[in-house]
Design a protein around this ligand. Structure first.
Ligand code: CP
Ligand code: NVA
Length: 307
């Protein structure tokens, strides 16, 4: 499989076979790291990493991934770049491509990432936009695969705000033949166009569902997933969101409706006591830190395959 030169903007741009190729490569690179086997597949290559929003996991795991692969990741915050003073994205793209073999960007508008990719000849990786979080979803698939031994046929219940993380998970599930059931209140449901896109990609479109009732979604699910109720950029709506989403908390009571062996996932950062209780997050079914670790391994696969 050859993915050299491709962008990683949305999972909808990839086939099921391509996703599996990345997952297998991620697993191989994870094993190499655990064994202490060098895997310098990107000797002296460089990645520009533009962050217009905060990040712990994405930033550190991509930077560490580039280093482990023999290259260099350069963290560029909006305060340091001329973007912050109004330099247009098309100029930034054409400058960074002269120095770097790839560009990672975390920003608000998804269109900005598409524009960046249009102007840059090197691969562009979406490190989160208001609409999608594809690198997270790839790491999530890796985590489910490791914990459950398979993806096809698993039921994943996403409970809460139908946000960027939910959108990428719906697409990820569709491409790997999982059942993805999202439960969100009216007004906070995932974008119907993205849901339709996922259905069009799925082997069985009836496996992608959007509901209101969280308990119906969680019923017998093998994977429970949630994310913050207020994403970056939505801080002004926080009080309203806390009210509307209060019944969508993953807690011990909700866990009882899921499969006995269900795992609990969260992309982090978490707001304990809001979308997830502290006891569930710290409990035996939580795999949130394995999930966070897998960002590193999944990102290595993306970088090694694309750059
Ligand atoms: N899950 C995730 O993307 O975390 P950061 O915001 O810390 O990068
Ligand atoms: N939905 C969250 C995810 C953070 C990793 C946000 O966009 O802020």
């Amino acid at each position: 499989m050859n993915l050299k030169g491709r962008d990683f903007i949305s999972l909808a741009d990839f086939t099921s076979e391509e996703i599996w190729y990345l997952l297998e490569l991620a697993r191989e690179l994870k094993e190499k790291q655990k064994n202490g086997t060098p895997h310098k597949l990107l000797d002296r290559k460089t990645l520009a990493m533009i962050f217009q929003k905060s990040s712990t996991r994405t930033r550190v795991s991509f930077e560490a991934a580039m280093y482990h692969l023999g290259g260099l990741g350069m963290f560029l915050s909006k305060n340091d770049l001329q973007i912050g003073r109004g330099e247009p994205i098309q100029d930034t793209a054409r400058v960074l491509e002269r120095y770097c073999e790839g560009i990672l960007i975390r920003t608000y508008s998804h269109q900005e990432v598409i524009d960046l990719a249009h102007y840059a000849d090197v691969p562009v990786i979406n490190g989160l936009t208001d609409d999608y979080h594809p690198t997270q979803a790839l790491a999530d698939l890796l985590t489910i695969w490791e914990h459950k031994g398979t993806l096809a046929g698993m039921k994943l219940a996403y409970v809460g705000d139908g946000n960027n993380v939910a959108h990428s998970l719906i697409l990820a599930g569709a491409l790997t033949d999982m059942e993805v059931v999202v439960a969100s209140p009216q007004g906070y449901q995932p974008n119907p166009e993205i849901v339709a896109k996922a259905k069009s990609l799925a082997k069985d479109p009836t496996k992608i569902k959007v509901l209101i009732d969280p308990l119906e979604a969680v019923f017998e699910a093998q994977i429970l997933y949630t994310d913050v109720w207020t994403s970056m950029g939505q801080e002004e709506e926080m009080q309203e969101r806390k009210k509307v989403l209060s019944k969508y908390q993953i807690n011990q009571q909700m866990l009882k409706y899921a499969d006995k062996e269900a795992i609990v996932m969260h992309c982090l950062p978490a707001h304990r006591g809001e979308e997830i209780t502290n006891d569930v997050m710290e409990g035996p079914q939580s795999v949130v830190f394995d999930e966070a670790e897998n960002r590193l391994h999944a990102h290595k696969a993306i970088l090694a395959a694309l750059l």
